[in-house]
Design a protein around this ligand. Structure first.
Ligand SMILES: Cc1cc2nc3c(=O)[nH]c(=O)nc-3n(C[C@H](O)[C@H](O)[C@H](O)COP(=O)(O)OP(=O)(O)OC[C@H]3O[C@@H](n4cnc5c(N)ncnc54)[C@H](O)[C@@H]3O)c2cc1C
Length: 163
């Protein structure tokens, strides 16, 4: 099992991978709450330097995901974009074109104020394409999660050509 069917293509080009990260805007963050999975949709920012992917998340300073992450910082994430439903002549030929990225990493709740500011700048850049600056007061009311991604894979499922 390589994770790809004949209709799907593995994406390895770093530019195509960052294009997914630029477009998707929302990730699904998987956590392990004891022996139960817990999945939370969240907006994100990212940085990719020398092939090292870091995801930057922000949110309230309390809540289940933070409690779960403190007990077990290992995470998994899934991201998708370019969703294109298509029709077929029979039910099993309906489907959806997509590009997707998923991977695992380790989450860290950031306390350093300057790093929190940089994280929010990354997050807003990814979400809006714009550069924002943040002051101490603004960063004090949010928690910042940094995810060092240890491995990831990306996939393209194109819409089939009409025959
Ligand atoms: C598109 C999208 C983008 C989002 N972006 C962010 C973001 O950038 N940052 C952020 O902090 N949050 C974001 N959220 C909200 C996020 O999904 C969580 O609701 C929130 O982070 C609280 O999570 P928590 O684990 O602290 O839950 P808690 O507030 O502790 O919630 C406890 C319980 O409430 C329920 N619950 C929590 N969240 C949801 C949910 N989304 N839907 C249904 N039930 C829920 C669950 O049963 C959970 O066990 C986003 C949601 C969506 C749909």
């Amino acid at each position: 099992m390589n994770g790809y069917t004949r209709r799907e293509k593995q994406i390895t080009d770093i530019n195509e991978i960052t294009e997914i990260l630029d477009k998707a805007r929302v990730l699904h963050l998987g956590l392990a709450d004891g022996d139960m999975p817990y999945v939370v949709p969240m907006n994100y920012g990212y940085t990719m330097e020398n092939g090292e992917l870091i995801l930057w998340l922000h949110g309230a300073t309390k809540g289940r995901k933070l409690d779960v992450m403190r007990a077990n910082p290992k995470v998994f994430f899934s991201i998708e974009c370019d969703l294109q439903p298509f029709e077929g002549d029979v039910a099993c030929r309906y489907g959806m074109g997509y590009k997707s990225l998923m991977g695992s990493g380790v989450a860290e709740i950031i306390e350093d104020v300057e790093l929190k500011k940089r994280a929010l700048t990354h997050l807003m850049k990814t979400q809006t394409g714009k550069d924002f600056e943040f002051n101490d007061k603004l960063v004090s009311v949010v928690s910042i999660i940094k995810i060092d991604v240890s491995e990831y894979s990306a996939k393209n499922r194109p819409v089939p050509e009409k025959k």
